[in-house]
Design a protein around this ligand. Structure first.
Ligand SMILES: C[S@@+](CC[C@H](N)C(=O)[O-])C[C@H]1O[C@@H](n2cnc3c(N)ncnc32)[C@H](O)[C@@H]1O
Length: 225
């Protein structure tokens, strides 16, 4: 059977999962991401978790429709259930806020091999939580979908301690290097324009936003010149 039609963002997230890894999709909604992933990797397994009955009903129908009941386990749960994670797992948490993603990661007892995280808000709070948990951001990409822009972070456990500057925490350590490289991707530029507008409001009550705001003003000024 043909794989489900999924957005470019979800296809990109699926491409980041280590081949053969068990995918743990937290906040799975329709479960189209794990279905798409499993149809591309016949040996892999997945667990899809959601904390609401409505999405899980749709997910269950989709899992049966694509004949994946023996490879995809659906769980009703808040975050990652205790004892579920195994060392080689890849955890995806996409489409939740950065604060909530951070809370879910803080509650898990053992490390996964990697995490793909896509917060729809408060990425700076998530980066702070990741540094406290010694989880290193190894890549950041911006994807556009339906007029919105989504940050996608690839994250791995680190033995080194991690401390982010204000610029890195607000803009992202890898996005920051893309500013210097004059990265011209349309989704990235749109994301940075929106972040600049957000920072110009935040700076009125949070002085840590001043330096990243200046960096973005400089970057966008250069693009618009
Ligand atoms: C906006 S949808 C995102 C769906 C999909 N991950 C994506 O990126 O397209 C968020 C889903 O996460 C679920 N959710 C929110 N908080 C959750 C939590 N703490 N644990 C499990 N599921 C959660 C919601 O019920 C909803 O189905």
């Amino acid at each position: 059977m043909r794989p489900p039609r999924v957005s470019d963002r979800l296809r990109f997230i699926a491409s980041l999962v280590l081949p053969g890894a068990r995918l743990i999709d937290v906040g799975c909604d329709h479960a189209l991401l794990p279905i798409y992933y499993l149809l591309g990797d016949p040996e892999a397994k997945a667990v899809a978790i959601d904390n609401k009955d409505g999405p899980l009903r749709v997910a269950a129908k989709n899992v049966s429709r694509w004949g994946l009941d023996d490879r995809l386990t659906l769980i009703r749960g808040d975050g990652i259930p205790s004892g579920l994670l195994q060392a080689g797992d890849c955890v995806v948490i996409a489409g939740l806020g950065g604060v909530e993603i951070g809370q879910i990661l803080t509650q898990i007892e053992s490390a996964a091999a990697m995490y793909v995280l896509s917060p729809h808000s408060r990425a700076e709070v998530l980066r702070e939580t990741l540094s406290q948990l010694s989880l290193a951001i190894v890549a950041e990409t911006v994807k556009a979908e339906g007029g919105r822009t989504y940050l996608v972070m690839t994250v791995k456990p680190s033995v080194k301690s991690i401390m982010y500057s204000d610029d890195e925490r607000w803009i992202g350590p890898h996005c920051l290097t893309q500013l210097d490289a004059d990265f011209g991707d349309a989704a990235f530029l749109l994301y940075m324009r929106r972040l600049k507008r957000h920072l110009s409001r935040v700076v009125r009550h949070d002085p840590t936003a001043a330096s990243p705001l200046a960096r973005l003003e400089q970057y966008i000024g250069r693009i618009d010149a």
